[in-house]
Design a protein around this ligand. Structure first.
Ligand SMILES: [Zn+2]
Length: 246
């Protein structure tokens, strides 16, 4: 191989890619026209580079396909996850709403106390549906009076009965607790079921009365209680009976 041939072959790859100056290009071209060896080498190299290009295209096409299908898979997975999340949220909302109106879990608190059939199943059932909004609204007046009775620690039993009727049992009478100072309580309306002149409400309360020195005089904690209501002559609801497991 001539010295010129070796120089030409070094430059051939650049020549094929059109990356040489015009002068160098002319020099190579001229040489190839005269030198069959270099010309053959040139043809072979060109063919090889083309094959590489085609191979590269094939690979990038394959990569693109894989990438596309991965994207599609991710998209459909995302869709599925979203759909499942929506379903779970819907179930949670429906369950919460149902449990709000039908707090069936209270059967454990009420049912436990009914051992020995203290409450009838009909009475227990009244605790498992909170009742209509209007019944609950009407029952609030009774709860306000009960609230007052719970807070009362300053009157005799007779005075309390005069003031609160059946609810007097929740007041702390000075007959029994002469040193009573103040009361703390919570009172929750569980359910209200009122007919025209008669009705039942379930309430749930805790109550503690303290002496002047801060010690506990008396208390009741977490008591489910069933109150029977009747309309009096002025059309107001009054508690006429209280059922509490002894
Ligand atoms: Zn040559």
């Amino acid at each position: 191989m001539k010295n010129e041939c070796s120089v030409v072959r070094d430059i051939l790859p650049l020549y094929i890619e059109n990356m040489v100056s015009e002068e160098t290009g002319n020099f190579i071209k001229e040489h190839l026209e005269q030198c069959p060896d270099c010309s053959a080498e040139f043809e072979a190299m060109k063919a090889g580079m083309k094959a590489d290009e085609v191979g590269g295209d094939f690979h990038s096409k394959l990569d693109e396909e894989v990438l596309k299908s991965m994207k599609a898979a991710r998209k459909s997975l995302h869709k599925k996850v979203c759909r499942v999340a929506v379903i779970i949220a819907a179930i949670a909302i429906i369950t919460c709403t149902l449990l709000h109106f039908f707090p069936v879990y209270r059967i454990f608190e009420v049912g436990q106390l009914s051992m020995g059939n203290y409450y009838s199943s009909e009475q227990i059932a009244k605790a498992l549906y909170i009742g209509s909004a209007s019944d609950r609204r009407e029952a609030q007046a009774v709860l306000r009076l009960a609230d007052k009775a719970f807070n009362d620690t300053q009157h005799t039993r007779a005075e309390n009965e005069e003031e609160y009727g059946v609810l007097a049992r929740y007041a702390t009478s000075t007959d029994d607790f002469g040193d009573a100072s103040f009361n703390e309580h919570s009172l929750e309306l569980w359910s209200a079921h009122l007919d025209k002149n008669e009705g039942w409400i379930w309430v749930y309360y805790s109550s503690e009365t303290f002496n002047h020195d801060g010690s506990t005089a008396c208390g009741s904690w977490r008591i489910p209680s069933l109150w029977k209501l009747e309309r009096n002559d002025s059309g107001e609801w009054v508690v006429v009976q209280i059922r509490e497991h002894p």
